[in-house]
Design a protein around this ligand. Structure first.
Ligand SMILES: Nc1ncnc2c1ncn2[C@@H]1O[C@H](COP(=O)(O)OP(=O)(O)OP(=O)(O)O)[C@@H](O)[C@H]1O
Ligand SMILES: [Mg+2]
Length: 624
């Protein structure tokens, strides 16, 4: 971390705190009022104790008897002060707690909301571990100093009050105060400057450790089957060790500075007693005043630490805040338009690509971005099925992403019923198109919730209809609790083919007018796949058929399409019917034949989940 950052960390940290105060001004006012009340009562208690000693105890010792009246008055005064102190502490704690946890909740919401608004390109550049730690430990770190902040502000007021009352008492004692308090403050500042780079490093390592952990749990299957447990553990241990070292270095610094911060006020008390004794002998002050001031130094020692707590947490807060702001300030989200495309009677939509060029953003800004798609032009006419065929890496999934506007073209347009998809509202886009992605994603929830996703107007009847279309009604009916069955994290209790059909049913339940299937039935028996596609083209329940863009490999599937678009290296090489292309495009014929052969070999060696329902899913998990 640059030294410049550690030098201005206090200033930047205070600006972060300023933002917190602007967000929760009223609660902050309550907390500070409580804290100031507490501070004033601390000073008052010092003077009452001084008065008790000077006016009650010393005369009583001289006289040999105590006056009940004076004692009762002193007791009442101390009691009153204690009650006000308790009220002050209550207000401060409550306010600080409210403020801290409210800010945490607010910013967690903002960060996660932002994740959903940011484009896929941004997500490709940021690991899940980083995302998790942004929303959790970074948000928490940013608002750590909020807890002691009201205490510290109250303490500052108290210190000013203490110095003023010292001057009113005696200039010599005031000088002791003026020496000790700024020294305490300076020590705290040095402390937090030293702390800054250490805290920033620890915060970064926390994110890295959680990132590695997340990745290896996520990839547990690969790690186990490849026998990489030891290496994976070592990779994690190395980072965890770095985090340990970083935290120990934080602890060491604390070990050095904490005792100093503890000792300084005690030295102050000692100085007060020495200077005070001299002044007492000179007759400049009374016993009452000396006791008050000595007591004041003793009771001030603890609250002054609150300033240290805030300053010590500032570096961590700044580090956390920088990481939170990186998310909040990230740009590139795709603004939606105003056009609504919802006809009175649902009819299939027309999808058209006009001279679309596209490239993914490079992983690092300085690298050149390569073009993945060029001059892509084709149409999926209303109610028709178009198959997208091409070798691995040709750009089929990219075309699918463009069709449902997960990404926008660099140049050229994608239109639905003649309207540029960028002009559509988010809701209209979502109700018009549905993508069934190459990798099915299933939430850890019930089958029903996975299909409805809380969208309105999807009752059990619609769910079953969608399941029937996706040829998934059979296995869902056989599940122990039917629609209420929990499917486990990412659908681990389902087979690969079952998972695919569940995500297909999810897309169908919304009655999209354009369905984009990206290799969505690869783990499904070929006969079932053909049946699903045939069912989609002419729904048995008389519902409106959707237009379909399907990324396909199997001859049976491709043969169902009205038109085939053959892509190679991001270009549309040929288009026409399956039979035409087989006859005229050698690359196409080779590809389809190769897939066919691979398929046959697999048929002989592998069972699809139709044959062995409710298997662990591993044997059909292998793609295609
Ligand atoms: N997120 C990404 N960032 C950068 N490049 C990408 C990204 N996704 C895909 N690509 C690249 O874009 C090209 C097209 O990828 P795409 O996923 O569209 O191919 P595909 O035809 O769907 O392949 P497959 O048949 O294997 O699914 C490939 O060269 C790939 O490396
Ligand atoms: Mg793909």
């Amino acid at each position: 971390m640059a030294s410049g950052t550690s030098r201005d960390v206090v200033g930047r940290g205070l600006r972060v705190l300023g933002r917190a105060i602007r967000e929760q001004p009223r609660i902050f006012a309550v907390a500070v009022t409580g804290s100031v009340l507490f501070g004033l009562m601390v000073i008052a208690s010092a003077y009452v104790v001084g008065a008790v000693v000077g006016k009650v105890v010393v005369p009583a010792v001289a006289r040999g008897s105590v006056t009940d009246g004076a004692l009762a008055l002193a007791a009442a005064a101390l009691f009153g002060i204690s009650v006000l102190r308790v009220v002050g502490i209550f207000g401060r704690r409550l306010g600080a707690g409210y403020m801290q946890y409210r800010l945490q909740a607010t910013y967690r919401r903002r960060v996660t909301r932002r994740y959903l608004d940011l484009p896929l390109a941004w997500h490709h550049r940021n690991s899940t571990g980083t995302l998790l730690s942004n929303a959790n430990s970074d948000v928490e770190a940013a608002w750590y100093p909020i807890a002691p902040l009201p205490f510290a502000v109250g303490t500052l007021v108290m210190l000013v009050g203490a110095v003023v009352s010292l001057f009113l008492t005696d200039w010599a004692l005031a000088l002791v105060g003026l020496a000790v308090f700024p020294a305490l403050f300076a020590l705290n500042v040095v402390y937090s400057r030293r702390m800054a780079p250490r805290q920033a490093r620890a915060q970064r390592l926390r994110a890295e450790v959680s990132g590695i952990a997340h990745e290896s749990f996520d990839g547990a299957l690969v790690v186990k089957t490849m026998g990489r447990e030891a290496q994976e553990t070592a990779r994690f241990a190395a980072r965890a060790g770095d985090l340990r070292d970083a935290l120990i270095s934080v602890g060491k610094l604390r070990g050095v500075f904490d005792p100093m911060l503890e000792t300084l006020p005690s030295l102050g008390t000692l100085a007060v007693l020495v200077v005070g004794a001299i002044r007492l002998r000179q007759g400049a002050i009374t016993v009452t005043e000396l006791v008050s001031v000595a007591f004041l130094f003793t009771v001030l020692a603890f609250p002054v630490r609150a300033i240290g707590w805030v300053l010590a947490e500032l570096p961590r807060s700044v580090a956390g805040w920088d990481r939170v702001r990186r998310v909040l300030d990230a740009t590139g989200e795709m603004p939606y338009g105003e056009v609504v495309l919802d006809p009175a009677t649902p009819a299939p939509a027309t999808l058209a690509f006009h001279d679309v060029h596209f490239g993914y953003e490079p992983a690092e800004a300085h690298l050149p971005g390569t073009e993945v798609l060029g001059e892509v032009t084709f149409t999926v006419p209303a109610g028709k099925t178009v198959a997208l065929v091409g070798p691995t890496g040709a750009g089929k999934s990219t075309i699918a992403s463009l069709a449902v506007r997960l990404v926008d073209p660099r140049t050229g347009t994608v239109t639905l019923d003649g309207v540029d998809v960028r002009e559509l509202t988010a809701a209209s886009l979502a109700s018009t198109v549905a993508l069934v992605a190459q990798v099915p994603f299933v939430f850890d929830d019930t089958v029903r919730a996975n299909i409805t996703l809380d969208r309105p107007g999807i009752g059990d009847e619609e769910v079953w209809a969608a399941l029937r279309l996706a040829e998934a009604d059979g296995f869902v009916a056989a599940l122990p609790e039917g629609l209420d069955t929990m499917v486990g994290e990412r659908g681990t209790s389902l087979s690969g083919g079952q998972r695919q059909r569940l995500t297909l049913a999810r897309a169908l339940a919304g009655r999209p007018r354009l369905l984009v299937l990206d290799d969505a039935t690869s783990a499904v028996d070929p006969r079932v796949e053909a049946a699903i596609l045939a069912g989609l083209r002419t729904p048995a329940d008389g519902g409106a058929a959707a237009s379909i863009l399907v990324v396909a490999y199997r001859r049976a599937t491709i043969a169902l399409a009205d038109e085939v678009i053959y892509v190679e290296q991001g270009r549309v090489v040929a288009r026409g019917t399956h039979t035409d292309l087989l006859a005229t495009v050698p690359g196409y014929a080779d590809l389809v034949t190769a897939y066919e052969q691979a398929e046959q070999e697999r048929e002989q060696t592998r069972t699809y989940d139709e044959v062995t329902p409710l298997t662990s899913g591993l044997e059909v998990e292998v793609d295609r």
